[in-house]
Design a protein around this ligand. Structure first.
Ligand SMILES: Cc1cc2nc3c(=O)[nH]c(=O)nc-3n(C[C@H](O)[C@H](O)[C@H](O)COP(=O)(O)OP(=O)(O)OC[C@H]3O[C@@H](n4cnc5c(N)ncnc54)[C@H](O)[C@@H]3O)c2cc1C
Length: 316
């Protein structure tokens, strides 16, 4: 569909975010013959597209996140979902109407009868000096995207959760060494993830350290790490720093209309309804979400089924 045609249409549902949550919503809404538009600011697939192995999605034995989400994309398109690559800046209520205006980064607006916010969360950047300077030049938040640049190099992974171990494990196939640096003694990762990473001969761990500074000369040469108990600062040579210290919800474009918690996660009920009639939420952006693909896709389906009823009540 041409951009002008997308702009001139009044959409039954507009879904912000093309990750598993958005895809789940699009599948159920377009298959129910609702006109459905996904607006995605980067690439379809969302966060899962960045991971190299998925083995916990029903009927999928093993797949890269990218392959899996490409199949999702083909499936939603088959039922008529349109995908538009734009950044959503703000959502407003249209005056004297139940409809919404979705404001895009190019200043254009899209008219929607209902909205699904499925915009997930973005990786939290490392709070170390030098992070900005070396971002993309040794500092990364995506092992799948950047791991291969670190063949036979020394790599640092920062974090202590599932992603840190899972993505660190992936990096062991490239790096001469992979050293996980974590600010505490204990880890939130599962035993399985820890066992797999620790089985690799080039895997190391340094606990009770924070990364204070990332330094180098054009690209990363090392980090300064500080012991959380003694305060002692150590120099640690490395060629790359991968951060997996959590995620930040991307709801600021809609938080003036709906209730969120203090971090920006959206408060939604069992039907994925938000506090604003006509706006639903799906996936990682929901407060308390278990942050798994199957949950996000399920939320999307729940929202779309509820939207179908909401729109048919409006039509009556
Ligand atoms: C390293 C890693 C490994 C993982 N492994 C697994 C796994 O093995 N199994 C599993 O089930 N889960 C896994 N997950 C979790 C899984 O990726 C997420 O639960 C899932 O992607 C969440 O889907 P979502 O649709 O809610 O959000 P996302 O996937 O984050 O998608 C949100 C989309 O919204 C877009 N967006 C945001 N703001 C805007 C805006 N203003 N305008 C337009 N578009 C916008 C983003 O670009 C993004 O594409 C992993 C996550 C990570 C980080």
């Amino acid at each position: 569909m041409q951009y002008e045609d997308i702009l001139s249409k009044r959409w039954d549902t507009v879904i912000i975010g093309g990750g598993p949550g958005g895809m789940g919503a699009a599948l159920y809404s377009s298959r129910a013959d609702l006109s459905t538009l996904i607006i995605e600011k980067q690439f379809v697939g969302g966060l899962i597209a960045l991971t190299h192995e998925v083995e916990n999605y029903p009927a999928v034995d093993f797949s890269s996140g990218m392959d899996l989400t490409q199949k999702m994309e083909a499936q939603v398109k088959k039922f008529g979902t349109e995908i538009l690559y734009k950044d959503v800046q703000k959502i407003e209520r249209e005056a004297d109407s139940h409809d919404f205006l979705v404001n895009l980064s190019d200043g254009k607006q899209i008219l929607a009868r209902s909205i699904v916010v499925a915009c997930g969360s973005a990786p939290r950047r490392l709070p170390a000096s030098g992070e900005e300077e070396f971002y993309g030049r040794g500092v990364s938040y995506c092992a799948t995207c950047d791991g291969a640049f670190f063949r036979e190099k020394d790599i640092v992974v920062v974090g202590g959760g599932e992603s840190a171990f899972q993505e660190g494990l992936f990096l062991t196939q490239f790096g001469k060494s992979v050293t996980l640096i974590h600010r505490r003694e204990g880890f939130r990762a599962t035993e399985l993830a820890k066992r797999r990473a620790r089985s690799k001969p080039n895997w190391n761990e340094k606990t009770n350290y924070t990364v204070e500074e990332i330094y180098g000369n054009g690209t990363v040469n090392g980090v300064k790490i500080k012991h959380t108990e003694t305060g002692e600062v150590e120099d640690f040579k490395t060629d790359g720093v991968f951060g997996f210290i959590g995620y930040e919800p991307a709801s600021s474009f809609v938080s003036h209309l709906i209730d969120t918690d203090e971090e920006g996660y959206i408060i939604a009920d069992g039907h994925c309804r938000t506090s604003c009639k006509g706006i639903w939420a799906a996936g990682d952006i929901i407060k308390g979400s278990l942050k798994q693909m199957v949950i996000s896709a399920g939320n999307g389906a729940t929202a779309a089924i509820d939207i179908r009823e909401y729109l048919s009540e409006q039509d009556d």
